[in-house]
Each structure stands twice: as structure tokens, then as C-alpha cells.
Design a protein. Structure first.
Length: 191
């Protein structure tokens, strides 16, 4: 049994922002694998389904990014899902647009959603990092950037990355992070 968490902020004003690529990935997984309708629970929206025979809960926390851990810990505790069976999909400003990196554990890298999950659960969960690029400057420039939308060209690139995640997530669930990381690397080099 797995918990896949797509990070983002609730509300239509955030729907197409860089910070919401986790929600976009969760929606793409939901659509491809025919999950149950999302329902409000655990301070989030949760759906249930199967990916390659594995029972999976798909969670979109509705607590805003900084409190994502509250939603994740409630769902994980209720379903008794261990950290090694939690997958978090999120935006990463330290990666250029279209770059994809995966890992287990590690630091939050300044990402407030990850900081919250690390504090509520543990840092030892799987992370799928989708690059959104980095603005020039800091402070308000960073906030405005992550809460801003993609250019048309960048949106197409990010959608291709999300499609790659959706098409290969079964490898992570069945074979683990090493096999998944290897497969992602091979597929990215082939492009």
C-alpha cells in the first residue's frame, strides 16, 4: 500500500502555478489509473486506486504548502503507511525547467512543503522533484516566481515530465527507488 502526495496550494488562483506541479501530477495519475473520485479527508483531497496491482492512495493536501505535513501525517497514520511507502511529487526551483530528479530522504532544500512533511513524518520518504527553474533575485522575487504561471513553452516541457512520471511510477512502486531512478535516467537520455 502506497501514499502518493502531490504538493500544491488549493484554490483556482494557484491552479496553473509553478508551485502546483505536484497537484498537476496527482491529477494526471488520477486520470490515467482511474482512481475513485477525490473526497475531502485528512485536510486534503484523497482518492483510492490501483497502479499495477498496488493499492494506492492519492493525496492533494488542502492546507497550503507550509502545512502539507499535517495532511500527510493524518493520511499515513490512518492507513498505517510507512515512510518508505510515501511518494511526494513537488516543484523544485533548484532544477531547470524540465529536469527531473528522484531520491529517497534528504533535506528540504528550502521547500516549505517538504519542511512540513519532514517535521510531521520523517525525511525518509521518496521524492519526485520536477524542475521549475529559478528567478533572478530572492525574497519576494522567489515567492512571485513560484506563485506565477509557466510560459507556454515551459508548460509543454513540464507536461512532458509529468507524463514521464505517470508512465513510469509503477516501477517505483514495484521495484524501488534505485530501479526507478535508473529507468528515469535511461529514458531522459534517450530524448
Amino acid at each position: 500500500m502506497f501514499l502518493i502526495v502531490g504538493l500544491g496550494n488549493p484554490g483556482v488562483e494557484y491552479a496553473e502555478t509553478r508551485h502546483n506541479v505536484g497537484f498537476a501530477a496527482a491529477d494526471a495519475l488520477w486520470e490515467k489509473y482511474g482512481f475513485s473520485p477525490f473526497r475531502a479527508k485528512f485536510d486534503g483531497l484523497i482518492a483510492e486506486g490501483k497502479i499495477d496491482g498496488e493499492r494506492v492512495f492519492l493525496l492533494k493536501p488542502q492546507t497550503y504548502m507550509n502545512l502539507s505535513g499535517n495532511s500527510v501525517v493524518k493520511a499515513a497514520n490512518f492507513y498505517k503507511i510507512l515512510p518508505q511507502n510515501i511518494v511526494v511529487i513537488h516543484d523544485d526551483m533548484d532544477l531547470p525547467v524540465g529536469k527531473l530528479k528522484v531520491k529517497t530522504g534528504g533535506g528540504a532544500g528550502g521547500h516549505n512543503g517538504l519542511k512540513s512533511i519532514d517535521a510531521a513524518v520523517t525525511p525518509e520518504y521518496h521524492r519526485i522533484r520536477i524542475g521549475v527553474g529559478h528567478p533572478h533575485g530572492s525574497g519576494d522575487a522567489v515567492v512571485n516566481y513560484v506563485l506565477g504561471g509557466f510560459s507556454k513553452a515551459d508548460r509543454e516541457i513540464v507536461n512532458e515530465v509529468i507524463d514521464l512520471v505517470v508512465d513510469t511510477i509503477d516501477i517505483l512502486l514495484k521495484d524501488g527507488m534505485a530501479a526507478y531512478s535508473n529507468k528515469i535516467g535511461i529514458l531522459r537520455k534517450a530524448k
